[in-house]
Design a binder for this molecule. Structure first.
Ligand code: ATP
Ligand code: MG
Length: 455
């Protein structure tokens, strides 16, 4: 077609960093949509092009070497911004115009796809140098770059966390000056960046930068509230923000489960609201796990995270996160372990991962004792699960059955019978078996003055 075309942005950066990348952005001087159609046609008859007329872009998927590539085409453009919106006024431009509108020098490199200049790098802002130094820097004046599109501030922090890069001082200072502009960015886009920070190798890097720049207070005030140490009569408590950061990094070393990482981030979120000073015992945070757990749903809503069941998993882990520790401070009884298994169910492994990560004491003797006790808890968890199958507990006698046998309608007594059977099993008074449960049902019923009419 005689059109100049370049691979641009993330794909060029990741190529030099040798990071896997399957999203390829192509910029051309001309119509991106026409080029996409022609490229798809040459790729084979079945390739379906999605055209986004409003954005002047088009994309198609292409399977090659057993990999699904996503290739997006756009015409080079020039953007001008208005104060109240992230959405710019767009007009056709040169490759240089297009590189100017990109967020960081390492994201502004282009590589020629035309035959005669194949693979030639167009790097007007020293992106390669910054890449080698691990530096994030905006191509133009950072105050303008960030004010134009404040999402770029989140992206700076996210890339720093994801790639282990440093944000150049001038660029970081500009984030501080423009942080209030974050309010014009949609919650969904902020959540996307938060999730990418959470999934980075050491998520604390990103959250500490958010805190340092002042962004955290604006987008996630509850987390920023964990920061700080109060002192009364010379006694202080630990800084719960930095403690949370340690716990999050520990969990990230052990697991790629994004929601387990969210649970780590939120496990102490209730502490500021339950903090008390007691002259005899010092600082306490009684009930912070319940308070925190009750905050989870609202936090998910505020951050526009999906409410599709993951919030209940996070609520549960936050609620239970003190249990294994309390349990291991004492003699580890079978009945306490059975109750923990009953409440955690299939999430018991994740809960134990969170609890072990939560030990951040500098006192080695203390840490050693906790870890030993945890391994006792873990051993008992396996033993008791094998014997009593509590993890997916199903009541051995059901409500329907009780109603039929004693000829009663739905009522309070049924709950009493079922609870007492459950408690007896968890306390190890009867085995988790039907025969024992039925026998106990008749005993309790007799106490309650119920008479069997069937069976
Ligand atoms: P990732 O795919 O890991 O999120 P990426 O750098 O590829 O990283 P994309 O959102 O895929 O990010 O964007 C592709 C390219 O488009 C970027 O490399 C950058 O050049 C440009 N870009 C994306 N978002 C912005 C933005 N908000 N401001 C300026 N340029 C951007
Ligand atoms: Mg990309």
């Amino acid at each position: 077609m005689g059109v100049k075309a370049y691979a641009v942005g993330g794909v060029v950066r990741d190529y030099f960093l040798q990071r896997p990348c399957t999203d390829i952005d192509v910029v051309c001087v001309g119509s991106g949509i026409e080029l996409a159609k022609a490229a798809a046609a040459s790729a084979g008859g079945h390739t379906k092009v999605s055209v986004y007329q409003n954005f002047g872009t088009a994309a198609f998927g292409y399977r090659y070497n057993n990999i699904d590539w996503q290739i997006e085409f756009v015409g080079a453009r020039k953007e001008s911004y208005r104060r109240e919106s992230r959405k710019p006024i767009v007009e056709d431009g040169t490759l240089e115009d297009d590189q100017n509108r990109r967020d960081f020098t390492v994201n502004a490199m282009a590589m020629s796809l035309n035959e005669e200049t194949w693979g030639e790098l167009v790097d007007p802002f020293g992106g390669i140098r910054d890449l080698n130094e691990g530096l994030l820097r905006t191509p133009l004046d950072p105050d303008i770059t960030f004010s134009d599109d404040p999402l770029r501030m989140m992206r700076a922090v996210r890339f720093a966390s994801q790639l282990g890069f440093r944000i150049e001082d001038k660029t970081f200072e500009a984030i501080g000056r423009n942080k209030e502009r974050i309010e014009i960015v949609s919650k969904e886009r902020i959540a996307t960046e938060l999730n990418k920070i959470i999934m980075s190798p050491r998520p604390s890097v990103g959250f500490k930068l958010l805190e340092l720049s002042g962004l955290l207070k604006l987008i996630f005030p509850e987390l920023s509230k964990l920061k700080g140490i109060e002192t009364v009569e010379g006694r202080g408590h630990k800084d719960n923000f930095y403690h949370t950061m340690e716990v999050l990094d520990h969990v990230a070393e052990k697991s790629d489960n994004m929601w387990l990482r969210w649970a780590a981030l939120l496990h102490d979120i209730g502490k500021p609201y339950t903090k008390r000073y007691d002259e005899r015992i010092g600082w306490t945070f009684h009930g912070h796990e319940a308070k925190g757990s009750h905050m989870v749903k609202r936090l998910f809503k505020n951050l526009h995270l999906p409410l599709n069941g993951k919030e209940r998993y996070v609520e549960k882990l936050v609620m239970l996160h003190m249990r294994p520790i309390i349990l291991s401070e004492d003699i580890v009884t079978d009945s306490a372990v059975r109750r923990l298994l009953f409440e955690a169910g299939d999430d018991i492994e994740d809960l134990m991962t969170l609890c072990e990560a939560d030990i951040t004491s500098k006192n080695e003797v203390k840490v050693k004792r906790f870890m030993e006790n945890f391994s006792t808890v873990r051993r008992k968890l396996v033993e008791l699960e094998e014997k009593d199958r509590i993890r997916n507990f199903q009541p051995p006698v059901g409500g329907e059955e009780i109603m039929r046998i004693f000829g009663i309608p739905p009522c309070h007594e049924i709950g009493i019978i079922k609870d007492r059977i459950k408690d007896a099993i968890l306390d190890g008074k009867i085995p988790n078996e039907r025969e024992a449960a039925v026998k106990m049902m008749y005993e309790i019923a007799a106490e309650l003055g119920l008479k069997a009419v069937n069976g």
